[in-house]
Each structure stands twice: as structure tokens, then as C-alpha cells.
Design a binder for this molecule. Structure first.
Ligand code: HEM
Length: 185
């Protein structure tokens, strides 16, 4: 399924409505300035795992690039425009991870960390009547993000198998993602 069509299904399935989009926009001035701090804490978390640390430090300059691209991604959560361009950008991010060997099992715990860091900030800065609706909107966009990432991985693996160049799942995933990124460029 195309990223745009998938996004619109996910919006329906998570129940992301106009009121949630408005809430995410309202959270932007509160959350976007936290992006760099969350990026630091996020990559600190990744670096504590041996396998993830090896990927992070595989190439010089990678971690520095990541701080920036992760922070941009984070600010994007609150942009309030979840359209075809958004879906395609997010699908590509999934492919980039699959292509460099970030295993599917690394992804969901990483989303969990982003949620934890963000919820802590929401709890510390919002008054209690606002918290529920803020968390509700935030959880919906995070579920959509996780599902888009998961779908990229599935598509990459399927493509890798179709290419017939890889015998096992991990290799099929990497080969498929690299080929899909190559096609997109
Ligand atoms: C919540 C999950 C994650 C998010 C939102 C995220 C976000 C991003 C973004 C936005 C990029 C830039 C992609 C591009 O170039 O288009 C990126 C790249 C990357 N991420 Fe993640 N990431 C996540 C999980 C992980 C995990 C679990 C690892 C494990 C090591 C990881 C390692 C990397 C690496 C190595 C790159 C490539 C950097 C480069 O060479 O430019 N990420 N990530």
C-alpha cells in the first residue's frame, strides 16, 4: 500500500480527529523546544545497548547527524499536517533504518523511550485538566508513527524476498530496503 493510503487508514484506525490535530499543534511550542534534549536522551539510551551502539558508531559523523535528524523528526510530530508528504518522509525513515541493519526488535522499545521522555515533560509542564487530552493526541500520533515504521520494514522485507538475493529474513530486509531507497533516489 502507498504511504499516503496507509496514513489515511491509520488516521481512521487510531481515531486521530481534528481535535487531536489541534491539540498537537497547541503542544508544538511546548514540545518542539525539547527536541534536542530528547534527542540526546534518546541516543544515550540507544548507546547503552551493545548492538545498537555498534551501529551508531559504525560510521564517523553518524551520531552527530542523528541528533539533528531525530530532533527534526520529533518537531514534526507536532506540525499538525499529516499528509502524503508526511507519510512518505516517515516511510523513508523506516527504510533508512532497515537498510543500515537496525533490527525490527530495536524499534518498538525505542518508541517506548520517546514516549516515556515526552510524557514526563507533559506531566511536568501541563496543568492536570489538560494532561489527558494532550496524552491522548500524542499517543495517537506515536501509534501512527510506529505503524508507518513497521510497514516500511514489512515492505522492505517483502521486496528483498522478491528480489531473490537473500536467504534469510535479516538479509532480505537489508537488501530490500537498500533496493527500495535506490529506486526512490
Ligand atoms: C523511535 C524510533 C526512531 C526514530 C524516530 C529515529 C529517527 C531517525 C531519523 C529521523 C533518522 C534520519 C533518517 C534519514 O536519513 O532520512 C534516523 C537515522 C538513523 N537512526 Fe534512528 N530513529 C529511531 C530508532 C533508531 C534505533 C533503534 C537505532 C539503533 C541503532 C537508530 C539508529 C539510526 C542510525 C544509525 C541512523 C542513520 C544515520 C546516518 O548515517 O545518517 N535509530 N533515525
Amino acid at each position: 500500500m502507498e504511504a499516503k493510503a496507509l496514513l489515511s487508514k491509520l488516521i481512521g484506525r487510531t481515531g486521530l480527529q481534528e481535535q487531536h490535530v489541534q491539540m498537537l499543534r497547541r503542544l508544538e511550542p511546548l514540545m518542539a523546544p525539547m527536541a534536542s534534549e530528547i534527542a540526546l536522551a534518546f541516543y544515550d539510551y540507544l548507546g547503552r545497548d551493545e548492538e545498537m551502539r555498534a551501529i551508531l558508531w559504525e560510521t564517523p559523523g553518524r551520531v552527530e547527524r542523528l541528533y539533528q535528524s531525530f530532533a527534526d523528526w520529533y518537531r514534526g510530530l507536532f506540525c499538525g499536517v499529516y499528509d502524503a508528504e508526511y507519510a512518505e518522509r516517515r516511510a523513508r525513515i523506516g527504510l533508512v533504518h532497515a537498510a543500515i541493519g537496525v533490527k525490527p526488535s530495536f524499534i518498538m522499545p525505542a518508541f517506548g523511550i520517546v514516549q516515556e521522555l515526552s510524557l514526563e515533560h507533559l506531566r511536568n509542564t501541563l496543568r492536570s485538566p489538560e494532561i489527558f487530552s494532550a496524552v491522548e493526541a500524542f499517543e495517537k500520533i506515536m501509534t501512527i508513527e510506529a505503524a508507518l515504521m513497521q510497514d516500511s520494514y514489512m515492505q522492505a522485507m517483502e521486496y528483498g524476498y522478491r528480489l531473490g538475493v537473500a536467504a534469510d529474513q535479516e538479509k532480505a530486509l537489508v537488501a530490500g530496503a537498500r533496493a527500495m531507497l535506490g529506486k526512490a533516489n
